[in-house]
Design a protein around this ligand. Structure first.
Ligand code: ADE
Length: 245
């Protein structure tokens, strides 16, 4: 996948995208990420990318020319899917990450401190927010999206780290996990995980995944597709939780 990020702070991407799994994915050519500083495309002598709003008022607005010129110059007509980072956008989700992972090219436009001139929005196929809070710019949201999408590209994660078992992958939260030691400060690993009975372990994990989702995120459970076995497990959980109280 080719990703182009249009930003006036390319340095904000250096740490997160040059470390760990993202670094390996880039080195192995599975994901190519290029940061484009659209300030370089500002037409004025002082290279300003923003100006005061027409109609007056506080704050500054990002000018359309630097953003348009940067996309036109760097993408050469092949824009791929263009995303605009804004708290006004559609809320990012694992579902959206899966859809975006199927794209060959993503172009991500980031603002900073201020609003976009409305004409910049015309460049975008989709406006995306990472949550209902306001950050100083779209750079951190862009990193979040690049990370979540890249790890779904085949080959980026090894079998060990596979996304198949992630929380949210199938609409449920992940089951509890344990590793050595078997006992730690009076807390012990559930016996079933030491039993070697694969069928019982699978059933326990599914049940605990359903329990976690039911107790922490019932909204997710409403939307998840449950099979007959899941329904039996949910009934068991509800019974257990009732007798707990
Ligand atoms: N820019 C500022 N805040 C943002 C958010 N929550 N999501 C996407 N872009 C943003």
């Amino acid at each position: 996948m080719d990703i182009f990020v249009f930003t006036i702070f390319p340095e904000m991407f250096e740490g997160p995208l040059n470390t760990s799994i993202m670094q390996k994915a880039r080195e192995r050519g599975l994901v190519s990420i290029q940061m484009v500083d659209y300030r370089l495309y500002a037409p004025s002598k002082h290279k300003n990318v923003d100006d005061s709003p027409y109609g007056g008022g506080a704050g500054m607005v990002i000018k359309p020319e630097p953003v348009y010129y940067a996309l036109e110059d760097r993408l050469q007509g092949d824009y791929g899917k263009v995303l605009l980072m804004t708290p006004q956008g559609e809320k990012f989700s694992q579902e959206m990450a899966k859809e975006l992972a199927g794209e060959e090219r993503l172009s991500i436009i980031c603002g900073h401190y201020e609003g976009f001139d409305e004409r910049i929005r015309k460049l975008a196929h989709q406006e995306v927010s990472i949550g209902d809070y306001v950050l100083t710019g779209g750079e951190i949201p862009a990193v979040v999206i690049i990370d979540a999408v890249s790890r779904l590209i085949p080959g980026v994660l090894g079998e060990e780290e596979s996304a198949r078992f992630d929380s949210h992958y199938d609409g449920l939260l992940e089951h509890p996990q344990y590793t050595r030691p078997r006992e730690f400060r009076g807390m012990s690993v559930p016996d079933v995980l030491l039993s070697g009975n694969h069928e019982e372990i699978r059933r326990w994990r599914r049940k605990e995944s359903l329990r976690r989702t039911l107790l922490r995120r019932p909204d997710l459970l409403d939307r998840a597709k449950l099979c007959r076995e899941d329904e039996v497990l949910v009934a068991e959980i509800l019974n257990e939780e009732r007798t707990e109280k």
